[in-house]
Design a binder for this molecule. Structure first.
Ligand code: SF4
Length: 494
């Protein structure tokens, strides 16, 4: 009998090699690798999510009648070797792994691959789409996906008459009590406690609270909650940040999509259905579907297309991450403190906090991109190599020099002040770039532009801000303050 090796991010009965398997055609192998668990300082909730979900899924397969070999091993290769010795499978199959390192390892171990259908656009099809294009832009890919998959289409035209409703989706947080319902939470049980007991002492962040589901049933419940209760308010405030609600109207579904408990097609079908029933506006439905079939699949394709991206550092960042990222010290920057608190408590903050607070600060300060990559990959509950390499190296830090976005996603405090309620009670003032109360984002923004002026000069999208830099009368004083801020950032005194 053959064995199907199910990896920790492929936990779905209808996925790849498992889709057609039956208890009479295949036995299943799951390996918990001690080396993998301790390979990074992972967030406790990330380790708990993956390991508990693996154990629960293996149990469900066992109940269905599969013979399941679930084993803990020093590393993946040792787990497979022991399985081969104990069971003598005719061959070992796996659905194509999501990361390049797992692909290389399993291939070397003689595992045969079944084509993955975990994404709506396989990375080979993405490479075909990309062939011959001088510039790869998400918006072009997204429209190709919409046409090809048929989401939110009226014949050949986009529903609502526009491809993109971004302009309607950039509102700051509303005044008054937060209108967004809280997410469902489950009680923890004995299996949760069993997994928590085996986590390494080096694991980072707060313990799980039942926020993150560890079964497909739980993930489907959260999908229903999102579509019925949250999605109608998703669009307008999708880029807003507020201390009054950590989740706003975000779906919180990425952890499940990234380990297979949910699949992108069923999530988009549910959202399209709500739009067709008239319970959700086109702005909200389009904004969400773009995140899934646009951004998420674009990031996935880019990861496979550009293996060199992970090591890129065109802006030459060398600085370590500020100590506040490890939680060793606090910070007076309210936007950063609130965002880091969210990462510590839940292993999750939304895309604008990731991009315009964390990655923005790291880019402006000249942090080594791979230091932020390692941190984000390990500290987020939805972290994975394929997610974080393009998002951190390409988009967040522009370390690939523009392969993913035409200009760096950097801003001073003005953007954060407009899109959040952080600045009001902050020790700093987003409008100041010099003096004690200068907002670090604002000061470092001008310093960043001055540092990289020659590289950015040829970029027409930077012409306006570089023109502003040329007119800055207090540039010397701003750069002197930037140097003080960078020193304080390094020593944990900011
Ligand atoms: Fe962040 Fe600057 Fe606003 Fe403070 S003033 S919250 S540091 S953007």
């Amino acid at each position: 009998m053959e064995t199907i090796w199910v990896l920790g991010d492929q936990l779905n009965r209808s996925l790849g090699a498992l889709g057609t398997a039956t208890p009479s055609t295949a036995r299943l192998l799951f390996v918990e690798s001690a080396a993998k668990i301790s390979s990074k300082r992972f967030h406790r909730q990330r380790l708990h999510l993956v390991l508990t979900a693996m154990r629960r899924f293996a149990g469900e397969c066992r109940e269905e009648g599969f013979e399941v070999d679930y084993r803990a091993a020093p590393h993946l290769a040792a787990g497979l070797e022991a399985h081969r010795r104990d069971f003598g499978p005719s061959r070992v199959m796996a659905t194509e792994p999501l990361s390049r390192s797992s692909w290389t390892l399993l291939d070397r171990l003689g595992v045969e691959f079944h084509r993955s259908d975990q994404f709506l656009c396989h990375h080979e099809d993405f490479a075909e789409w990309a062939r011959g294009r001088r510039v790869l832009r998400m918006e072009d890919f997204y429209r190709w996906q919409r046409r090809r998959l048929g989401y939110l289409m009226e014949g050949d035209e986009p529903a609502g008459g526009q491809w993109n409703f971004d302009r309607s989706n950039r509102e700051p947080p509303p005044k008054g009590p937060p209108p967004w319902p809280p997410p469902p939470v489950d009680d923890l049980d004995d299996l949760d406690a069993e997994v928590l007991a085996l986590l390494p002492e080096t694991a980072w962040g707060d313990a799980p609270t039942g926020l993150w589901a560890t079964t497909r049933t739980g993930a489907l419940r959260r999908l229903r909650h999102f579509v019925d209760e949250v999605l109608p308010g998703f669009g307008p405030h999708e880029d807003a940040m507020t201390t009054r609600s950590w989740h706003l109207a975000h779906s919180l579904l990425s952890p499940y999509l990234n380990i297979g408990l949910l699949l992108p097609g069923e999530v988009c079908d549910a959202v399209e259905g709500a739009y067709r029933r008239g319970t959700v506006s086109i702005e909200s439905a389009e904004g969400f579907i773009r995140q899934v079939i646009g951004w998420r699949e674009f990031v996935w394709g880019i990861y496979w297309l550009r293996p060199e991206m992970a090591g890129s550092n065109v802006l030459g960042g060398t600085r370590p991450l500020p100590p506040a990222f490890e939680g060793e010290v606090g910070t007076a920057m309210r936007c950063v403190a609130d965002t880091l608190d969210g990462v510590r408590r839940r292993g999750w903050v939304h895309h604008i906090q990731r991009l315009m607070v964390l990655a923005n600060l790291a880019t402006l300060a000249g942090v080594r991109p791979q230091a932020l990559l390692e941190w984000m990959w390990s500290r987020f509950v939805d972290g994975a190599e394929w997610v974080m390499v393009p998002n951190v190296i390409g988009m967040g830090m522009w370390a690939d020099g523009g392969g993913m976005s035409s200009k760096p996603y950097v801003s001073g405090g003005a953007y954060i002040a407009r899109m959040s309620d952080y600045c009001g009670d902050c020790a700093f003032d987003p409008t100041r770039r010099t003096g004690e109360r200068a907002c670090p984002f604002t000061t470092l923004y001008w310093d960043f532009l001055a540092r990289h002026r020659s590289r950015l000069e040829g970029n027409h999208r930077m012409a306006l801000v570089l023109g502003g830099l040329g007119r800055l009368r207090d540039l010397d004083a701003t750069r002197a303050r930037a140097s003080e801020i960078l020193g304080a950032l390094d020593s944990g005194d900011l």
